[in-house]
Design a protein around this ligand. Structure first.
Ligand SMILES: NC(=O)c1ccc[n+]([C@@H]2O[C@H](COP(=O)([O-])OP(=O)(O)OC[C@H]3O[C@@H](n4cnc5c(N)ncnc54)[C@H](OP(=O)(O)O)[C@@H]3O)[C@@H](O)[C@H]2O)c1
Length: 332
């Protein structure tokens, strides 16, 4: 019988997440019951939202409990099926958590066509982060050709798709990212028009120069001082999609936004975005992203850690920007 390894939650962090908050547990792989499927997980996605699950604060989704397997999405292969919709060898994404094997109801799985793209992409640009970028851009940022779109965490899983959609839709795409290497990648590989290194110390002046006609749409992944700086450059009747506030995730004291006045005087539409709200339209997002990928207009960079043992260090690093592209753990 195959052996499972799973990371469980040992305790909740007060502020900064550390390895001690997780515990690695070994047990025999589970057996599927009637209507269930056993999946061998090949890739684990690490995502910033996981920090929010390690908390008892009110949020849009239920958190994990101490002792639970840490929550997360995987891409893997069906090894045994007691559900008519799946057979061994099928490639799927699953809400399997941080573990090597998962058994659960077939209805919880999504079958993916791994002949069209590498399996890991269904956790990144062709998966949840890609759909987040697509619906946030389409329905909230709603840019018209010629408009300027700014996105923070621009080299990451969501941000990289936002900017490439902006280019595909005829806009000026300006990224904000941490460090020269990330910014060079965003411009030279992803085709953004400009990318500002917020760590260089002159974000406002640099962003102003990169957005000579101001900012029509801002896709926010970071919050804090970056949001305050972009607010100073927003145009009248512009839009902001609040997708993430990662600069606040590891703190007990959230940053208080100071430039609220800009929302008033510029009549900015600001809307929070949780990708699950578009569940019924996922097929539309998947189709659009897969078409862009097939046309060679959706590039992805992955940051891969080898082995389930590395999962905690991967999430801790993601919350500090040590990933460069979509953060994954290769499980097999
Ligand atoms: N609302 C939704 O439905 C939804 C869905 C998916 C993701 N999200 C949000 O989207 C954002 C991006 O997620 P992702 O999966 O694409 O992650 P990612 O961008 O691939 O990785 C996170 C990046 O955030 C940046 N970062 C980390 N700490 C920071 C800090 N203190 N200040 C500034 N930047 C920091 C780092 O980039 P730099 O090195 O460039 O700073 C890091 O590489 C997150 O806020 C996430 O919570 C929301």
């Amino acid at each position: 019988m195959a052996q499972n390894k799973a990371w469980t939650v040992a305790s909740f962090p007060d502020a900064e997440l550390k390895e001690q908050h997780f515990r690695l547990v070994e047990s025999p792989a589970p057996s599927p019951k009637e209507g269930e499927v056993l999946v061998k997980n090949l890739w684990l996605s690490l995502d910033p939202y996981m920090r929010g699950r390690l908390s008892q604060a009110k949020s849009y989704a239920k958190g994990v409990e101490v002792g639970d397997v840490m929550t997360g999405e995987t891409a893997g292969e069906v090894v045994e099926s007691r559900h008519p919709g799946f057979k061994p060898g099928d490639k799927v994404t699953a809400p399997a958590g941080w573990q090597l094997y998962w058994a659960g109801k077939g209805e919880m799985l999504t079958k993916v066509d791994a002949s069209k793209a590498p399996l890991s992409l269904f956790l990144g640009s062709l998966g949840m982060p890609g759909r987040t970028a697509y619906f946030g851009m389409k329905d909230i940022c709603a840019p018209k050709p010629g408009e300027t779109v700014v996105v923070s965490a621009a080299s990451g899983a969501v941000g990289s798709v936002v900017g490439q959609l902006a280019k595909a839709w005829g806009c000026r795409a300006v990224g904000i990212a941490g460090g020269k290497d990330k910014c060079d990648y965003v411009v030279k590989e992803l085709g953004f028009d400009a990318c500002i290194d917020y760590k260089a110390g002159s974000l406002y002046a640099d962003l102003k120069a990169a957005c000579p006609k101001g900012v029509d749409a801002y896709f926010e992944n970071v919050g804090g001082t970056i949001l305050d700086t972009v607010l100073r450059l927003m145009n009248v009747k512009s839009r902001i999609a609040i997708c993430g506030l990662i600069s606040d995730y590891n703190t007990t004291e959230p940053y208080g936004v100071k430039m609220f006045r800009s929302i008033l005087v510029n009549r900015i539409k600001v809307q929070g975005l949780i990708v699950f709200d578009w569940l019924e339209r996922y097929p539309e997002g998947n189709k659009a992203l897969q078409e862009l990928f097939a046309a060679g207009k959706l590039k992805t960079r992955e940051s891969v850690l080898d082995g389930i043992e590395k999962a905690p260090q991967g999430l801790i690093g993601l919350l500090k920007g040590s990933n460069f592209g979509k953060q994954l753990v290769k499980l097999a």
